[in-house]
Write a protein that binds this ligand. Structure first.
Ligand SMILES: Nc1ncnc2c1ncn2[C@@H]1O[C@H](COP(=O)(O)OP(=O)(O)OP(=O)(O)O)[C@@H](O)[C@H]1O
Length: 645
């Protein structure tokens, strides 16, 4: 595996420069002295047309080169292929099920996915920031997930603070990003934080997908101005797709890549665009927003009477292919390739660049720490569920109230155990939104090569343990004693254990289903359906002795609620007897056949026999429960792993 030192191809960090705008210090570790230029050549992206199924080209023959310290804008009307191009040149999946061909070159040398991940960061349009973390924590955790352990804690913190200051966020350092319940940063501040937290990994190339979406023109300018300043100061390459920038924002860029329907209309310095379009017959009036002018020229969605925009766009793209500018770009790319191959060339070789990454075991630890803060600060994650389960416990404990060991309560005891296990399990659907939010963060971090599925799955499982235990404990404390189950410490602890395993399995099922179907409504529906199914076949509604073979052999043995229900039944009935009714004549009337009937009692073990429950299989069932939990988690992990990065 590549060992590449991202900071600056060496291990020297932490020189402090005075920079009044950056809060008094400047972080030289951000400086790019590795990637002199980044180029893409003959990039084609094909998909299967959604309606016809035929191959459809959504990006063709894209070529471009950008140099250190330049910031380029990928611009075009909606649907023109901006995101497709940005993804393709960032070596990401360009579009769903797309086939991408072409070359990506850093310093004229072919750059594979790993190299590009090492050298770059990608900021998505809706970068998944965690709402309950503060600005400092957000950047701090991003640093923890990507900087090697050779960077000391104080150095890491210094870099974090320096970056926060560079983005003008120092006075919001301890402000949370914002949750639906608690307001935090403004839209522009969130965008700046998104970029800031990706920069802490010291990328040399920064890809930004519509970094100004959702912002007004003033905030858009502010965000891009920060990015431009930091890019310039640190010699970074910044490539951003952008939608309808104002004149001032547009003029911040050095180069423009103009696209229409996947074809190049122009690529080159912003300052030359006016001249170029004038030369090919489309002069730009002096008093217009240039971005608007270019977009109007090629926006085939806006067909005005007497204005054949489709023919004009065709003319513009054809003239680009035949232009001297396009030829020069290809020539320049070929020159950098040739230069890189020259013996003794001073150009940094990609094979010599090594990035040091954190130890693989530190990633789950950092994730755990981050999840821990989220779980106690964001009440949606666990707080609401704790209250919900407590409410459920009070509800159940007061409905199934003060049972006594007499035969008329036997069925009610059984009902109480069924509902305890089934309800607890069912209500785990409340975890779906919180898990999907974490999963979205994971996918973005994985696409940047920061977090792998194993680290994510392990930390997700571990963070759930204390909370699920607290939920199970609270529920048991309330319900077990209110209902009047067997009065025994061991009885209580065993009941608690079954509930805890039940919750662990239910939450693992949520994780599995939501990993396979990462869409809220679908995950919710599938999990609820599975729980309904488990309830039907767990042996309560229809005893196993008479459950039909299909449901018994296909589902009963693999569903966890059955083991929880049986475990609770054994816990209650194995060690207890229940008194029969006595008639006026003093005879016993027993509703369950039992060897103790003559003494006016029913042995709990005879109730178990009635349900065909073996009283001596507790250990085996615990083992099966743990295996089911492990299998759910393993399948969840595989689902995450198999999903395209
Ligand atoms: N499977 C497909 N079948 C047909 N068209 C597709 C398919 N996949 C992608 N496209 C089209 O490819 C084009 C490029 O999409 P892309 O998201 O890159 O455009 P964009 O310029 O970023 O758009 P926007 O500004 O709206 O985000 C779109 O017109 C889209 O409809």
């Amino acid at each position: 595996m590549d060992q590449m030192d991202r900071p600056s191809s060496s291990n020297t960090f932490a020189e402090k420069n005075d920079d009044p705008e950056a809060g008094g210090m400047r972080d030289t570790s951000l400086i790019n002295d590795v990637v002199q230029n980044y180029a893409w050549q003959n990039i084609d992206v094909q998909v299967k047309d959604r309606s016809t199924g035929d191959p459809l080209s959504i990006l063709s023959d894209a070529n471009g080169i950008v140099h250190a310290s330049e910031m380029i804008a990928i611009m075009g009307p909606s649907g023109s292929g901006k995101t497709t191009l940005l993804n393709a040149i960032a070596h990401r999946v360009a579009a769903a099920k797309a086939t991408t061909t072409g070359d990506l070159l850093a310093n004229g040398q072919a750059a594979n996915l790993q190299k590009i991940r090492d050298l770059s960061s990608y900021v998505e349009q809706d970068d998944a920031l965690i709402g309950s973390l503060t600005v400092r924590e957000t950047v701090g955790f991003a640093a923890g997930l990507s900087l090697p352990s050779s960077v000391s804690k104080s150095e890491r913190q210094r870099r974090v603070d320096s970056l926060i200051a560079s983005f003008g966020l120092q006075s919001q350092s301890h402000t949370i990003v914002g949750t639906p319940i608690k307001k935090g940063l403004s839209g522009g501040q969130k965008k700046r934080l998104g970029v800031c937290s990706r920069l802490v990994t010291n990328p040399k190339i920064l890809f930004l997908d519509e970094p100004t979406s959702g912002l007004d023109s003033t905030l858009s300018f502010e965000v891009m101005n920060y990015i431009k300043k930091i890019g310039r100061e640190n010699n970074l390459i910044v490539i951003a797709s952008i939608h309808q920038p104002s004149t001032s924002t547009f003029m911040l860029f050095d180069k423009l890549f103009l696209l229409s329907r996947g074809k190049t209309c122009y690529f080159g310095p912003i300052s030359n665009a006016r001249d170029y379009f004038g030369r090919i017959g489309y002069p730009m009036p002096s008093e217009v927003n240039p971005a608007e002018f270019f977009l109007d020229l090629i926006n085939t969605d806006l067909v005005k009477e007497g204005d054949d925009v489709v023919a004009r766009t065709k003319d513009i793209t054809e003239k680009w292919v035949a232009s001297e500018e396009a030829t020069l770009i290809n020539q320049e790319i070929n020159d950098v390739i040739a230069n890189a191959r020259m013996p003794g060339s001073a150009i940094p070789q990609l094979s010599d660049v090594h990035v040091q990454k954190p130890h693989s075991w530190t990633i789950p630890l950092v994730l755990l720490q981050r999840s821990w803060i989220k779980s106690y600060r964001d009440i949606v994650a666990y707080g609401i569920r704790i209250v919900m389960y407590l409410g459920l416990a009070i509800l159940m404990g007061t409905v199934f109230l003060r049972f006594t060991p007499t035969q008329e309560y036997i069925q009610s005891y059984i009902n109480a155990m069924f509902f305890s296990s089934a309800f607890m399990s069912f209500m785990a659907v409340a975890y779906v939104p919180a898990y999907l939010e974490d999963q979205a963060t994971f996918y973005k971090e994985r696409a940047n090569g920061i977090v792998g599925p194993l680290a994510f799955m392990v930390s997700n499982f571990i963070i759930g343990l204390p909370f699920l235990f607290i939920i199970a404990l609270l529920f048991c404390v309330v319900e077990y004693w209110l209902t009047g189950f067997r009065t025994s410490g061991t009885g209580f602890m065993t009941f608690l254990m079954w509930l805890f395993l039940d919750l662990l399995a239910a939450e693992s099922l949520v994780v599995l289903v939501s990993s396979v179907f990462p869409v809220f409504v679908v995950a919710l529906a599938v999990t609820a359906f599975a729980n309904g199914l488990w309830m039907c076949v767990n042996g309560f509604l229809v005893p196993i002795t008479i459950l039909n073979s299909f449901w018994k052999y296909v589902f009963h043995y693999i569903e966890y609620q059955a083991y929880v229900f049986q475990g609770m039944m054994v816990n209650e009935f194995k060690h207890r007897t229940y008194s029969c009714a006595t008639t006026a004549a003093g005879h016993y009337q027993c509703s369950y056949e039992s060897s103790l009937n003559s003494e006016g009692l029913i042995a709990g073990t005879d109730v178990l026999k009635n349900y065909d429950i073996n009283a001596n299989k507790m250990g085996e069932w615990v083992g099966i429960m743990i295996s089911i939990i492990a299998v759910y988690r393993l399948l969840g992990y595989l689902a995450l792993r198999l999903r395209q990065a």
